[in-house]
Design a protein. Structure first.
Length: 331
């Protein structure tokens, strides 16, 4: 579950104070909010009159959140219903881009919208499309073969019972279309209603969501597009929520950081790998008081880097996560 959700059903942009303290030294220009959602980050950045926001979101339902922004901030705000892997499609006129921010995952209003079928508490057709998708979870569960279903649950959900769950799905779907509640029941039966800390269906639902929304290639392409877009001195900041996302973000910043082998006994890094200055190697985590106020924020991690060079080669980045992309392409 995403960290912008709290028990009182109130929207709390996660790590907002920390994000603002990182980007505020660069104030006086345009920031790209790649995951607009309910606009929590954008609104805070626009409070400073010298800032502009270009916002993106793949979900066209967030358009209803943008009208108050257009009204209040006028020309200082622009919104595009695009995925962040499509950042390179935007024509940036005379903007001086200072920073690009990502708050990954889904929002409170998305999980509350039962039509999207993101939650295992929903009833009805499986869906999980966040917006601008090629296929739904229903198509995956109805058509994907047992071997590939097993792989998806294992790789994207780290689900111990992947094989058994996949086999049961293939047997059950011969009789009837599998809806959200049926999938939950299949998983409960396979796991024999074990009582664990997390809901029995969490891992399988996470795996399906990653596949349907192609979250891995989105993130990799979004990060590379961001790098190509910002000038030297600009900042890229990413809040991630699950371990696969954080592995990708961590590699992106650390592997291409200037400090990677700072020892004088090691050979100098090639220019194409010295692309970021990192002010901290460790991620920034929510404070105890934020976690108390908004418990799901406990899994959030904020990482960021300042671009130091234009000539970066990301082929090693793509290669490193090729196995994950291959699983995304199974469908
Ligand atoms: C956690 S919410 C963002 C919340 C936002 N920071 C706020 O304060 O309201 C994530 C948003 O990112 C959007 N999103 C997820 N993946 C995306 C992608 N690949 N491209 C564009 N938007 C995406 C989702 O539709 C969702 O609205």
């Amino acid at each position: 579950m995403n960290a912008t959700i709290n028990l009182e059903n109130k929207h709390f942009p996660v790590l907002l104070k920390e994000l603002i303290s990182i980007i505020s030294p660069l104030y006086g220009g345009t920031f790209i909010d790649c995951t607009f959602g309910q606009g929590g980050y954008s609104e805070k950045i626009l409070e400073s009159k010298e800032n502009n926001i270009i916002a993106l979101d793949r979900d066209k339902d967030v358009l209803s959140n943008t009208s108050k922004f257009y009204k209040k901030y006028n020309k200082r705000f622009e919104f595009y219903n695009l995925k962040f892997s499509q950042l390179d499609q935007i024509k940036f006129k005379k903007h001086k881009i200072k920073g690009i921010i990502f708050d990954l995952g889904f929002s409170l209003s998305q999980i509350k919208n039962s039509q999207k079928g993101l939650s295992f508490s929903d009833k009805g057709n499986l869906n999980m499309k966040m917006g601008i998708n090629d296929f739904s979870a229903n198509e995956v569960i109805s058509n994907m073969d047992e071997k590939n279903l097993t792989k998806v649950f294992k790789v994207f959900g780290d689900e111990k019972y992947s094989k058994k769950i996949a086999r049961e799905i293939v047997i059950k779907r011969k009789d009837k279309a599998i809806k959200t509640e049926d999938l939950v029941e299949i998983i409960d039966n396979v796991k024999k209603y074990q009582k664990t800390k997390i809901h029995n269906s969490t891992k399988v639902f996470q795996a399906l969501r990653i596949l349907v929304n192609k979250e891995i290639s989105e993130l990799i392409n979004g990060l590379i597009n961001s790098f190509n877009l910002i000038p030297v001195g600009g900042i890229i900041a990413v809040v991630s929520f699950h371990s696969i996302e954080d592995r990708i973000v961590k590699f992106f910043f650390k592997n291409y950081s200037e400090q990677k082998n700072s020892s004088r006994y090691l050979p100098e890094l090639e220019v194409s790998k010295r692309c970021f200055k990192l002010l901290s190697k460790k991620p920034i985590l929510p404070s105890l008081s934020e976690i108390r106020q908004n418990p799901p924020s406990r899994s959030a991690k904020l990482r960021y880097g300042i671009k130091t060079n234009d000539k970066c080669n990301f082929s090693e980045f793509r290669e490193k996560f090729k196995n994950l992309i291959n699983v995304e392409d199974l469908r």
